[in-house]
Design a protein around this ligand. Structure first.
Ligand code: MG
Length: 370
């Protein structure tokens, strides 16, 4: 195996897969998964695969911007050593700020190559042990009746915890949780996510009213830029607060930890820019006594597998929100994590262990940089 392989060719694809049904959260709705796939080839024969799932109203990126930025990043990385991940991430970050979702696809493909070179599954390379992860199942915003029947379906499918999207009005949100808790009983854990939908007053009032429904935590109660408001909500809420849209990378983690603005961090590879910064966010969290979750945007099983390796690699990552693949009408992935009810099992293959079906990639718009 070459000690200093070189990147020889990078394939960039626009992936598009219809959702089973539109998915609504407080700040918007999406109907299909329009993402980015990156395959990095090396002169040692190893190929790394990565995915980026851009949520425009969260990261400011679209499939189009990811596709354009990815071509520029690919030109910068061609001819360089894929194993020197720190240097490759520095190359990307010093060329263009933000664009975390496009960078995530490259970060994941580089870690895939590194772990394949080592002959280890990524979680093992990162010092972790294989474990069966337990994911929650997420319910988008809808009528209380629709959300309740979806909750019951998820319990039948084996859910042990359900995440409910809220962030509308006080009365409507209380009604949703009341109906869902009554329908599923008290043995299923409930998490909620307001996706910035509340103002400070509504957040505090709603969370106080929801205390009796035994809620594990609430994600992003108020506007992502208003860290002071989140801190106020955190101080007055009887329910734990998890930062999501307000934390992209380790710098945000440091600020929120210093402010004591939340209980937990939600790490998403598409916000962080990949595994490398996901590890740094977790390190900040662990140092500050803040446990983490790994969640997703709308990744296929390629991106979800990458996130699952990260969870298995670090004990401080205690929660898993990996059910984005349930949105899809079609699974284009070979290998990768296996879902059985709420249980998520990682593959044993070296690397991330998941790649896109070549037949799926064949039909997609692509650019090849070499
Ligand atoms: Mg969230």
């Amino acid at each position: 195996m070459k000690q200093n392989p070189k990147i020889t060719r990078i394939e960039i694809y626009k992936t598009s897969i219809d959702f089973v049904e539109p998915f609504r959260i407080a700040i918007g709705e999406i109907k299909r998964g329009n993402g980015l796939a990156v395959c990095i080839h090396t002169d040692s024969g190893l190929i790394g695969t990565g995915e980026g799932a851009p949520y425009s109203f969260i990261t400011g990126e679209t499939q189009e911007t990811c596709f354009e930025v990815a071509q520029v990043l690919a030109r910068i990385l061609i001819g360089k050593n894929p194993l020197a991940i720190e240097d490759r991430i520095h190359d990307m970050d010093t060329f263009i700020v933000h664009n975390s979702t496009a960078k995530c696809a490259f970060d994941n493909a580089l870690y895939d190559i590194l772990a394949k070179q080592a002959g280890l599954p990524l979680y093992a390379l990162l010092g972790g042990e294989k474990e069966v992860l337990i994911t929650d199942f997420t319910i988008g915003i809808g009528s209380p009746e629709k959300m309740t029947s979806r909750a019951k379906e998820y319990v039948q499918e084996g859910a042990s915890s359900i995440k409910v999207k809220l962030g509308t009005t006080y009365h409507a949100d209380i009604e949703r949780i009341e109906a869902i808790r009554e329908a599923i009983g008290w043995n299923i854990a409930l998490r909620i996510d307001a996706n910035q939908g509340w103002d400070t007053f509504t957040a505090i009032k709603t969370l106080q009213a929801l205390e009796k429904f035994d809620i594990d935590f609430c994600e992003e109660p108020v506007a992502h830029w208003n860290n002071a408001a989140m801190k106020e909500v955190h101080e007055k809420s009887p329910i734990a607060i998890m930062a999501d849209e307000s934390i992209f990378d380790h710098h945000d983690a440091m600020r929120l930890a210093s402010m004591r603005a939340c209980t937990y961090f939600n790490i998403k590879l598409a916000k962080a820019g990949g595994i490398n910064k996901g590890l740094m966010i977790n390190a900040v969290g662990e140092s500050a006594g803040i446990a983490c979750m790994v969640g997703g945007m709308f990744e296929t099983r390629v991106g979800i597998s990458a996130g699952s390796h990260l969870i298995s690699a670090r004990k401080n990552i205690r929660f898993a929100d990996l059910d984005s693949t349930h949105h899809y009408s079609y699974d284009p992935v070979i290998g990768g994590v296996i879902f059985e009810g709420c249980k998520v099992t990682l593959p044993d293959d070296p690397g991330i262990g998941a790649e896109f079906d070549p037949a799926f990639l064949n039909d997609l718009q692509k650019k090849i940089i070499q």
